[in-house]
Design a protein around this ligand. Structure first.
Ligand SMILES: Nc1ncnc2c1ncn2[C@@H]1O[C@H](COP(=O)(O)OP(=O)(O)O)[C@@H](O)[C@H]1O
Ligand SMILES: [Mg+2]
Length: 273
């Protein structure tokens, strides 16, 4: 489904061009759950934005290929890219607060991709689909949430709204860039569990980006480790955990609090807060 081949991303408008992603290769099949991990500044977000087609063509030089079902997103016509964004490729960012429009009701925002990609749907059908999604992301009182403004919701609820909006067209690929980082620790695991459920139900592949290996381990079958814009290690989650080949990965694993490394996050502390 997704084949990133020898991707290089270079900020070219600087005095000294700065390469932030070097020779990156990434393969995902339909329904794959892949974790992209690495410390802050390692190039995870740039990679995510490139795959989502959200890096403007002007300020960054991009070479290589990003093949989505055979179409190269780096060279395809704009209209073709737009048609894929939000319908086949969804994205969720770290800060639900800044991704949501403060003056629009939640329901209207959840329906956004339908207005763009499914013009044949009328208002009533859009609302039904939005309500279905608000229930799917396990928000309490979906009717009330639909009519609310973002500021009336908690951080965890806003992130659920963002996930509902990103998945309303049933994308085949969801890119989730640090979707839990801004949230309370107790809410983080519930969001990860939600992503796992949605992936199962809708057969969506997820590229889950995080600097928190303990969360990645909960969701992903495969882990790609980035450092300084390069992939330093890649393998199944068990393999990476049991036998990290790279010293950097070993340090990432060691930085996880020991209690979480044993997988003993208290299961009771969930729910849509
Ligand atoms: N506008 C910019 N100009 C030059 N370098 C940038 C710019 N924005 C981000 N970077 C650099 O790109 C690198 C990768 O950033 P990013 O993908 O956001 O990392 P991550 O998401 O892994 O924390 C960082 O070293 C960052 O300093
Ligand atoms: Mg980032």
């Amino acid at each position: 489904m997704l084949d990133v081949i020898d991707l290089n991303l270079v900020f070219s408008d600087h005095l000294v061009p700065e390469t932030v992603v070097h020779h990156l290769n990434l393969h995902m099949d339909e329904g794959d759950l892949v974790g992209l991990v690495g410390e802050s500044g390692s190039g995870k977000s740039m990679t995510a934005l490139a795959i989502a087609g959200l890096l403007s063509r002007h300020d960054m030089k991009k070479t290589g290929q990003i093949l989505f079902r055979g179409t190269d997103l780096l060279t395809c016509p704009r209209a073709q890219l737009r048609a894929l964004q939000g319908s086949e490729i969804g994205i969720v960012f770290q800060e639900p607060q800044t991704s949501l429009n403060p003056v629009r009701r939640v329901g209207w925002q959840v329906e956004e991709s339908l207005r763009i990609h499914k013009p044949e749907m009328d208002e009533k059908e859009r609302r039904e689909r939005a309500m279905e999604m608000l229930r799917a992301v396990e928000l309490p009182e979906p009717e009330r949430i639909y009519a609310s403004y973002p500021h009336q919701l908690s951080g965890g609820q806003r992130q659920r709204v963002m996930i509902a909006a990103a998945m309303i067209c049933s994308p085949s690929l969801l890119i989730a860039d640090e979707p839990t980082t801004a949230l309370d620790v107790t809410v983080q695991l519930s969001i990860v569990k939600l992503l796992a459920k949605l992936s199962r139900e809708q057969k969506t592949a997820i590229l889950f980006i995080s600097h928190d290996l303990s969360l990645v381990k909960r969701l992903c079958e495969r882990i790609v480790v980035m450092k300084d814009g390069r992939v330093v290690e890649e393998g199944s989650t068990e393999q990476i955990y049991a036998r990290p080949a790279d010293e950097y990965t070993r340090r990432l694993i060691a930085s996880i609090p020991r209690i979480e490394r044993r997988g003993r996050i208290r299961e009771g502390e969930e729910g849509a807060r």
